[in-house]
Design a protein around this ligand. Sequence first.
Ligand SMILES: [Zn+2]
Ligand SMILES: [Zn+2]
Length: 388
Amino acid sequence: MPIINRIAEYHSDMKEWRQHIHAHPELMFDCHKTAAFVVERLREFGVDEIHEGIAESGLVAIINGQGDGPTIGLRADMDALPLQEIHDHDYKSTVDGKMHACGHDGHTTMLLGAAKYLAETRNFTGRVALIFQPAEEGGGGAEVMCDAGIMDNFKINQVYGVHNIPGPPLGQFLARKGPALAAADEFKINITGAGGHGAMPELTIDPVVVAVQIASAIQTISSRNVAANDNLVISITEIHTGTAGNIIPQTAFVGGTVRTLTKEVQVMVVRRMQEICDGMAAAFGANVEMDFQYGYPAMVNHDKETDFAVEVAKGIAGAENVETDVPAVMGAEDFAYMLEHRPGSYLFIGGGEGASLHHPEYNFNDDMSPIGASYFVKLVETAQPLNA
Ligand SMILES: [Zn+2]
Ligand SMILES: [Zn+2]
């Protein structure tokens, strides 16, 4: 069971859809034109219900199968990135400073391809809920859609998503049970000392010294406070202070990101960072305020649904092209919120050689579209078969 033949027949349509979306990128919650394009296609396909305006420009479409049964959710993200495209294909981004550098144009196309086939054939029981969300890149569109009640309102009982990944061979599936993508949190540490003349440090409380001590001490959390096989990244990505060579400044700022795969490690990091900040404040007589800002939670794939997704993927790509235990990625993904609401799984599909995600030369490989669409369709037909 490789790519579904009928889907392969409209590969060129999918290419057109994808390249149209690529040429017209939108950011965050403002995916209105993309959503309108999606709705136009869904109407052509004859889906049964379209619910627009969820999380501003998100939508959920319903396709009824034959007879009663559960509702499986399939999700695609629609948003692009604030990045200038460096590429000279004829469907290059028409919007300066915006581009589809994460392949969400492709994810949207895969789900449209699946929608066309499912609306045409209806070889399944129950219903399919097609979830098209905005604002994956930082806005947490998935959380907003869940908060709007899509899981309950549409009686979704399980949910699946995919992401393309350049590098692995075209059409290879990469899965992982449990935590697969990291929680992405940020910290902002504001240090207030007492500034003064650079030649008379004895009259000051130097916030520069406090900043570098804190930056250095925080690094030891990942080397001294977690076991070697517990994943943790702490990156200090900003230090700002000072104006001139002869002035000890009044304030300093230290900021960065924390990536964790489990709540336990995340809680420990927050506690240790606070202890370091408080300790350094006491040691140097400065005032230190830490603001720890929680971002997307870790994305945790459910065991049973991941086993199921892997079996379906093997049917598409062959067992030899499905990796079932790939290392966790310390990037983040807001599909995490959907997996907090419902069981499900999210896996990667290899895109072959090409520039990496979020690179200005990145381009989604159109040959992935029928693969992703076939995968989505087979999830539905296998989970909710006609002759069960
Ligand atoms: Zn991205
Ligand atoms: Zn992405």
